[in-house]
Design a protein around this ligand. Structure first.
Ligand code: ADP
Length: 254
């Protein structure tokens, strides 16, 4: 009996320690896996513009006597790739900085804050030929981080402009319901399939890689937007807009 008890005891503690070791390792493994994925994705994204750049520069070398005008196509494509790499590296730095811990600083804002963001964006996107409209029904003030929420809205407007045809409508609504501030942005552009809706907040995820690359997208904007909204203790969701397009809903406790 003593032998059986000792063996059972030994077996139970062995399984318990394996179980505990497995679960205590899990967060470390997941973090490592995520970091590995991130580095792989970032390197992959940089490889394409670098390969194009190399190719273009080699073409320039093949005709050393050609004038700048003769080579203008190669030069402008090279510049476009350098510009892409600059945007990507600054996005990556931004994300890395945010990973170190995002500091949320609250201040009081009222409807004028949202009107200013909307109008400034509309001016910036003047030549995008979209139709902008808003409904900001906010009485009194609410507390939020001005810089961070502006950054999220800019990402959502940028996407609404990028993923819709000329003359599409882009709208924003702001309302306070109970203790929640509800902000929506919507477009009647290409829309996002149900399957892709679950993935668009992942880093580097793009629905149509060829098309988004053409539009200068790296699949980092929405992951940054979600990171910010999470840090603010809020929620961001995506839905179909009616009759077509995409709608993002942000819910913040204020
Ligand atoms: P990107 O820089 O590629 O735009 P995001 O993380 O901002 O990266 O978006 C991820 C992907 O989600 C985009 O590549 C695009 O395919 C899709 N997407 C985002 N916003 C919209 C939208 N308003 N309409 C349609 N597709 C969108």
């Amino acid at each position: 009996i003593i032998m059986t008890t000792m063996i059972s005891f030994w077996l139970i503690s062995l399984f318990a320690s394996i179980y505990l070791a497995h679960w205590s390792q899990k967060p470390v493994l997941i973090a490592y896996e995520k970091q590995k994925n991130f580095v792989e994705n970032a390197s992959h994204e940089l490889r394409t513009p670098l390969a194009i750049l190399q190719n273009r520069l080699e073409l320039l070398f093949q005709r050393p006597t050609a004038t700048i005008i003769d080579q203008s196509e190669n030069i402008s494509q090279s510049l476009a790739e350098v510009r892409n790499m600059r945007i990507l590296t600054s996005n990556l730095l931004n994300l890395a900085k945010r990973d170190d811990g995002l500091k949320v600083e609250l201040s009081d804002v009222d409807h004028t804050y949202f009107e200013a963001i909307f109008e400034n964006y509309q001016l910036l996107a003047d030549n995008s030929q979209k139709q902008f409209s808003n409904n900001i029904a906010l009485k009194g003030s609410v507390k939020l981080d001005e810089g961070l929420i502006r950054q999220v809205l800019t990402i959502l407007f940028d996407n609404a402009v990028k993923y819709s045809d000329p003359y599409s409508e882009i709208t924003m609504t702001v309302a306070k319901i109970g203790q929640n501030l509800i902000i929506t942005t919507a477009d009647n552009g290409y829309g996002i399939s149900d399957d892709d809706k679950n993935k668009i907040f992942d880093r580097f995820y793009r629905v149509d890689k060829a098309r988004t690359r053409q539009k200068g997208g790296f699949g980092l904007g929405l992951s940054l937007a979600k990171q910010i909204i999470d840090a603010c203790g809020g929620k961001i969701e995506v839905q179909d807009n009616q009759p077509k397009g995409t709608k993002f809903i942000i819910k913040l406790k204020v």
